[in-house]
Design a binder for this molecule. Sequence first.
Ligand SMILES: [Zn+2]
Length: 113
Amino acid sequence: MPVHNVLETLVRTVLDEAFVKPSRLPCACPRCLDDIMALALSRLPPRYVATDAGTLYVKAAYMHPQLQLDVYQELLRAAEVVAAHPHHGPEAGAGTPDGQAAGDAAQSPDGSP
Ligand SMILES: [Zn+2]
């Protein structure tokens, strides 16, 4: 992996430790977790590393209380947004076919090019 945003690792770690494990999320399915991560990462400054030293960098960054707090607060905000507007609707579990084959139909029944 040539370039990596260590904030991504940090956000995922904090999300897991502070929200998922204590079961503080109304829904912790992969889709909601991805949405929360994307929202939080969009609001946090990226930190890119280019070598394996990135692992050490993450550990160092994780020890900064202010950075931890920033990540935590953005995750909290993102979790509220996703909880209020989940992509899969209020009932978690079964996927809803929202927007499926709405606009761009891949196959037309008449078969004309
Ligand atoms: Zn969900």
